[in-house]
Design a protein around this ligand. Sequence first.
Ligand SMILES: [Zn+2]
Length: 137
Amino acid sequence: MTKKQISKLKKICVEYGAKLVLKKLDSYGQYDDDKKIVYLHKDLIWNEKIVYSILFHELGHKYCCDNNIYVAYHHSTGGKQAYILTALRAEKFVDNWAAKELKKRGFKFRYPYFYSVSSRIKKLKEHTKQEADRYFN
Ligand SMILES: [Zn+2]
């Protein structure tokens, strides 16, 4: 991504009260609510649809954290089972939020609902269990 592209993304994050940091990650994006940082993978190749979709997906997690939506998933308050059981619903909520938000801002592409793909859902389930084992044990 070019400096110009990155600065556009940074501006958007600021509008939503977050900071953008590019970093090497296991996934394309990540949101850290303690630091209010949206992380995007530093090697992401510019593609408007993909990059904005990932960015707004992560901002959707911020929206949930700020508004206490799916707290068992976002703030790990309900224990291990609740965390595991709400993961997919929370991710789908975030996908829907991101799609709406992008539309509101005038983006014309179709948002790729990340958690409507079965391979992705399977990965989430595995990942969620690993995370839960780490948090709650
Ligand atoms: Zn997510």
